[in-house]
Design a protein around this ligand. Structure first.
Ligand code: HEM
Length: 148
């Protein structure tokens, strides 16, 4: 079997977990937690999801950089934004920075999800993560096609 095919398959599997999970949390679970005013509702789902989300993100990074090396072998041009491939890869690297920044702010923010306003904080963090996850998909599709 072709190694590119296997890696792309794993990359797409990770993408469904990362983007799909965030969309379910943001669009199906979060509104319920907001209506009930109960952060524990969201937290319960989020903690369970994190168990597969973090391995999926790690998989995206490893397979993503490997795919990037196949598509644009000279990594020094990855941030040149000069054709659909380098635009797609460049945007993905920026989005990866945003994702890791959001995760770090969540972890360093300590217990900002406790107490009054905690649910609001969680809501905005989750919405931002979800938006970035969907932009990853858009950049992924753009890479091969150059857009519409
Ligand atoms: C959560 C993060 C990510 C998601 C959801 C995601 C999603 C996707 C999707 C949906 C595709 C389209 C596959 C296709 O061509 O049919 C794709 C392709 C691709 N991704 Fe990602 N990706 C992520 C992270 C990354 C990262 C960090 C890199 C490294 C810079 C990367 C590099 C690539 C490359 C090079 C392709 C093109 C493969 C091809 O030629 O088809 N991805 N990605």
């Amino acid at each position: 079997m072709d190694l590119f095919w296997i890696t792309l398959f794993l990359h797409l599997l990770g993408a469904t977990i990362w983007a799909g999970g965030h969309l379910v949390l943001a669009l199906a679970i979060l509104p319920r937690a907001l209506r009930a005013g109960d952060p524990a509702l969201l937290k319960g789902y989020a903690m369970g999801y994190m168990r597969i989300a973090m391995p999926a993100l790690a998989l995206q990074i490893v397979t993503g950089f490997w795919l990037a090396l196949q598509v644009v072998p000279d990594w020094r041009t990855w941030l040149s934004f000069s054709d659909p491939q380098t635009i797609g890869i460049g945007i993905k690297i920026v989005l990866l920075g945003a994702t890791l920044g959001l995760i770090a702010s969540r972890m360093l923010g300590g217990h900002s999800h406790h107490g009054p306003g905690g649910l609001k904080n969680m809501a905005w963090h989750l919405r931002a993560m979800t938006l970035v996850a969907v932009l990853f998909l858009a950049a992924g599709a753009f890479l091969r096609t150059g857009g519409f």
